[in-house]
Ligand binder design. Structure first.
Ligand code: PLP
Length: 394
């Protein structure tokens, strides 16, 4: 179909929840995407930090295709080999003990909230526990996940949200302490804030919150949906801080495009959920968990973490130079291949110009360009990106 026909058909039939770019993507290869008219784009978005392995990875594609020919879905009444393998690999990679597979990041957050509440309920029998979340956070759009998303713009029209959620300032320990009381059952934040503008947690903040949680019997929930799965140079970002959460949420790159998420917990926390407490029809089905299992294998075989460390450092250096050179750039923030440039000029214009020049960028918050490329990106790709970005900043 012609590009404008596809766009017209989509617009006339879809609920208008996105202002989409006028591009129809057709296929991808490595770090490149190709639109319906054959134009090539260098991709620094990766489907919003999802497609870590690059497009058209043969091993990934073959594993998915083989699984489709065997079985796609059976429900959670039964076991499957991919489910067992994926859970074991996620447990090993996370340093946690027990996994529940979901279909999205949002659902992983929902599950984490329910687990924290049930754990606290079993301790004291009360049903009015509170959760402390952070301003400028993002955890998803369902009623529960929206309730812990510290962004009034997203929440406003949808009240009443779930009660008992309080918001502290990220990286501000005193603001967290001020909200803690006997009802606090969990403190939830992203190890690196993504949508909020690429803010890594400070070492002090995360270490001190962990300490407070230990002292007071509060659960620490870290949202690794965007910053996890190797993006910052370790499998999960918290591993670079020497801190382990009680519950961790994961999605985006977990299945590299097959919709799958998970919440993962320490054993003594996880056992609060018993049969009947939580469930999902699709969650962890053989196709989704085959994707997860294969993703972990490819991470090892292709030394993905090594590449993130090396190219992430290079990207960071190049963006630092850019920030020094251009008045329109306020600062660089980020870890590994999760970087942000805060601008003094409208970000939308820069992203649009880049798009026209064949470079896919995305924004975060109001004024930040977000760089979340496929994790197989090379230094040469970074160089190419910088050349185009400089033109767009002129
Ligand atoms: C994307 C994201 C979510 C929501 O995940 P979905 O798969 O879109 O439901 C939650 N938390 C963070 C940090 C995210 O980046």
């Amino acid at each position: 179909m012609e590009t404008n026909k596809i766009i017209d058909m989509a617009e006339s039939n879809l609920i208008h929840t996105y202002n989409r770019y006028q591009i129809v993507f057709d296929h991808g290869n490595g770090v490149h995407l190709y639109d319906n008219d054959g134009k090539e784009y260098l991709d620094f978005c990766a489907g919003i930090a999802v497609f870590a392995l690059g497009y058209n990875n043969k091993k990934y594609n073959d594993a998915i295709k083989a699984q489709v020919d065997k079985i796609v879905h059976t429900s959670n009444y039964y076991y499957s080999e991919p489910m067992a393998l994926a859970a074991a690999k996620l447990v090993k990679a996370s340093g946690l003990d027990k996994v529940f597979f979901t279909n999205s990041g949002t659902e992983a957050i929902e599950g984490a909230i329910k687990l924290a509440k049930k754990y606290a309920y079993l301790k004291d029998g009360s049903t009015d526990h509170e959760i402390i979340a952070m301003n400028h956070s993002f955890h998803g759009r369902s009623m529960g996940a929206l309730s812990v998303t510290g962004n009034k713009k997203y929440q406003e029209a949808f009240g009443p949200l779930i009660p008992g959620i309080k918001f502290a300032d990220y990286n501000d320990l005193d603001s967290v302490k001020a909200l803690i009381n006997d009802k606090t059952c969990a403190i939830l934040f992203e190890t690196v804030q993504g949508e909020g503008g690429i803010f890594p947690a400070t070492k002090e903040f995360i270490t001190e919150v962990r300490k407070i949680c230990d002292e007071k019997g509060i659960l620490l929930i870290l949202d690794e949906i965007q910053c996890g799965m190797g993006r910052t140079g370790s499998m999960f970002a918290y591993q670079q801080y020497g801190v382990t959460p009680d519950i961790m949420t994961c999605a985006k790159a977990l299945g590299c495009g097959i919709p799958v998420g998970a919440f993962v917990a320490k054993a003594d926390v996880a056992k609060a959920l018993v049969p009947g407490d939580h469930g999902t029809t699709y969650g962890g089905n053989p196709l989704a968990t085959q994707a997860v299992s294969t993703v972990f294998d490819i991470f090892e075989e292709e030394n993905i973490l090594e590449n993130v460390k090396e190219v992430g450092k290079y990207l960071e250096e190049q963006l630092e130079l850019l920030a020094k050179e251009y008045d329109s750039v306020k600062e660089r923030r980020g870890m590994g291949l999760m970087q942000g440039l805060e601008l003094n000029i409208p970000v939308g214009d820069v992203v649009k110009k880049a798009m026209d020049a064949g470079l896919i960028l995305i924004s975060a918050s109001q004024n930040v360009i977000r760089f979340v490329p496929p994790l197989i990106i090379t230094k040469e790709d970074v160089d190419k990106m910088i050349v185009i970005l400089k033109e767009c900043l002129q």
